[in-house]
Write a protein that binds this ligand. Structure first.
Ligand code: HEM
Length: 481
């Protein structure tokens, strides 16, 4: 604690030239930091309104965070990893070397597989993922004919997302194994908790602390027990047939094996867990928020259904059909903008002194973030930003004739849901595909509405905005299909 206090005071002196938000005085910043745990969007909005385009700083429990605005985003895009680092910022929250394993961080070759094979093979992957979504929803909802059922949105969606994602990551039938799915669904909370405990220790104590505070080895061994027979079988086939054979699996595990870098079940299990960590929680949150927005705005169900019926009825569940679902896409992007996933997004740490284009000096070691949620709700950027307008992006596309700028996967200083710059989400094309498939299938096959109690779609936990785990919706199998 003494070390943290000394660090914070000296850090605060280095950032004296940047104005602060919240309470002042020696203990005031701690009070603001505590309030930020539940009230971060409001505190960030206060700074955003007060300082307009300028940077400001807010305290959190361990250090200060410099909050940047839309006009600074180009500085982040231009900065190299040696100047502003995503991984150095994340390191402090997640301690990935200890929670995922060193080899995953030292050689993150799965990032390039996400950008290449996963993204370029979407046409091949769509039918399988669609099949998994249909089966997972059917089993998870377990509806009796024509009866309404009240379901917890996030919990239901998590299972469907995890199965759908794993159909593309490890293939069928492991994607339906309840033990594998449970392991991957619990992963995010476990890693965030372990990362938090480790963040309380100084770096030199981490190897020792990690032994007691993490369950990484158990998790990896657990995953490896599932993967080991599959890997053995696939390696046998690769030896027998070489690079190609009939019914060769088209999934992430196989692309990793094709890379030829690792064949051990432990290493590949650690990698699959890391992929699930990045994919499952983020996509489930976004989808749970979207579904709740739809239940709260049922007047949009019929026009969306007509769009899906017309397009999918003609083209089937294909990548091309998904690209034509303009209302569906616009709804998903608007839900992402409206609800959001972070009051403070685009976390980076300055590894060198840098000066931003407006002259703001950011000393080495400083944590920076962007006021993502406030930008997404800025009336100078979005007309009537606090109204949920599901066709907003479709109308912008029609008005401005720029189809790529308003796509679900598009990133720019006004659309920061998938991050931006060097660390922009490499899984966003796959995520968008899953989101569209799940949303379109639900619209087509189910009726939904709010129950008696209405919930907020999202809640703030520190700088993160997550789907409200208490929120429920009513679902019924459609009878007039
Ligand atoms: C709706 C779903 C998703 C959302 C909202 C989302 C959002 C994000 C965000 C905000 C970042 C940080 C970017 C930055 O700070 O600039 C990120 C990074 C990342 N995402 Fe996603 N993501 C989603 C789905 C996925 C999926 C499905 C995968 C994998 C298949 C994935 C893999 C990753 C990885 C590996 C990174 C780290 C990138 C790096 O270290 O350079 N994400 N994502």
């Amino acid at each position: 604690l003494v070390a943290v206090c000394v660090y914070r005071t000296s850090e605060s002196r280095n950032l004296n030239h940047i104005p602060s938000v919240g309470s002042f005085g020696p203990l005031g910043s701690y009070w603001t930091a505590i309030k930020s745990l539940t009230n971060s969007p409001k505190i960030v909005q206060e700074g955003y309104n007060k300082y307009k385009a300028a940077a400001f700083k807010i305290p959190n429990l361990g250090h200060w965070v410099v909050v940047l605005n839309r006009d600074h985003v180009d500085d982040i895009i231009r900065a190299s990893d040696k100047e502003l680092s995503f991984h150095a910022a994340i390191d402090d929250y997640v301690r990935p070397v200890y929670t995922f394993g060193r080899q995953i961080i030292d050689d993150a070759y799965h990032y390039s597989i996400m950008k290449s094979q996963l993204t370029h093979n979407l046409s091949a992957v769509v039918p399988d993922v669609a099949d998994e979504i249909v089966a997972a929803l059917d089993e998870t909802l377990d509806l009796t004919e024509n009866e309404w059922k009240c379901v917890p949105v996030l919990k239901t969606v998590e299972k469907v997302v995890c199965r759908a994602g794993n159909r593309a990551f490890v293939g069928y039938p492991l994607c339906r194994d309840s033990d594998w799915i449970e392991l991957n669904m619990q992963l995010t909370n476990a890693i965030i908790k372990e990362g938090f405990i480790l963040s309380l220790f100084p770096k030199f104590m981490l190897p020792l602390a990690a032994r007691f505070a993490t369950k990484t080895t158990n998790r990896v061994k657990h995953g490896a027990r599932h993967l080991s027979p599959i890997i053995t079988e696939r390696l046998k086939r690769m030896e027998e047939y070489g690079e190609k054979w009939n019914d060769k699996p088209d999934d992430f595990l196989q692309w990793c094996l094709d890379e030829g870098k690792e064949t051990s079940a432990d290493l590949l299990a650690a990698r699959m867990l890391a992929i699930n960590f990045a994919a499952t929680h983020t996509t489930s949150n976004t989808f749970a928020q979207t579904l709740y927005c739809l239940a709260a705005n049922p007047q949009y169900i019929q026009p969306l259904r007509e769009e899906v019926q017309t397009i999918v009825g003609k083209d089937g569940w294909t990548k091309e059909a998904l690209a034509k679902l303009r209302k569906v896409e616009s709804f998903l992007k608007e839900a992402q903008r409206f609800e959001g996933n972070a009051s403070l997004g685009i976390k980076r740490r300055a590894l060198k002194d840098i000066t931003l284009s407006d002259g703001t000096f950011v000393p080495k070691g400083t944590y920076i973030c962007v006021a993502s949620h406030a930008i997404h709700h800025d009336p100078r950027i979005y007309e009537d930003p606090d109204t949920f307008d599901p066709y907003r992006y479709m109308k912008l596309q029609e008005k401005q004739g720029d189809s790529s700028r308003y796509q679900l996967v598009a990133v720019n200083p006004e659309s920061l849901m998938f991050g931006i710059g060097k660390a922009v989400c490499p899984g966003r094309f796959f995520a968008a595909m899953m989101l569209k498939l799940m949303f379109a299938h639900i619209i087509l096959s189910y009726d939904l509405k709010l129950g008696d109690i209405s919930y907020s779609a999202s809640v703030g936990i520190g700088p993160a905005i997550v789907a409200n785990s208490s929120a429920k919706v009513m679902l019924r199998r459609r009878s007039d299909e």
